[in-house]
Design a protein around this ligand. Sequence first.
Ligand code: SAH
Length: 242
Amino acid sequence: MGLSPEGRGLLLEGGKALGLDLRPHLEAFSRLYDLLMEGNRKANLTALRTEREVVAKHFLDSLTLLLFPLWKGPLRVLDLGTGAGFPGLPLKIVRPELEVVLLDATRKKVAFLEEAVAALGLEGAYPLWGRAEEVAHLPEHREAYHRVTARAVAHLCVLAELGLPFLRRGGHMVAQKGPKVREELSLLPKALGPLGGSLGEVRSFRPPFLEEERALVVLAKEAPTPSAYPRRPGVPEKKPLC
Ligand code: SAH
């Protein structure tokens, strides 16, 4: 089955709007679309059902990350709270040289990711089941990544605590946020200092074929994060740093 001619057209046109030539990746996205639909039949993976929604809100919205020139070379990337693989899978498809760890706390989503990675033949994509609060304290993951991505996972004050511990010094986290980002940004400076982070670029825009405004927020890792962070599972959310 795969993406219909309309779906393919939408993907190509949206890609162009983002400065990307997605022609070489049409088959991979088409296969991923099938896997998502199949996964949805077995388990409720994503709320998006129509082809247009999946292409616009999952594939193209994920790829807006590439508006920043942060993805060149064999970097280690952690997609925190990846769900059914967003933005991590589209990023990996379009930038195969990246090593992408797909972290999620929900087991059935990680089971889907394992199937999807195998079916797409992606090398260097690693689904990982766990909570960021725990995984961030494991030596092989702590301060081990060049980039962290997160879409629709938590308030920026929470995300900073969950994500910054994974970053090496000089690394960047890119959070994909909705229109309410301004309020979150006003609080954020209070959390960044203690975590060893700083605020980088913030870019607001409307992704291809979507009505809502989106924002990309870049955080930079300046100094090691004290080992007290992230706090125990659930605490960052219950008592946010800002
Ligand atoms: N990024 C995906 C999914 C968003 S839903 C997308 O944009 O489509 C948020 C996901 O984050 C859920 O799948 C949830 O299991 C995961 N999540 C939330 N808190 C987490 C934590 N502390 N550690 C790991 N995963 C977490």
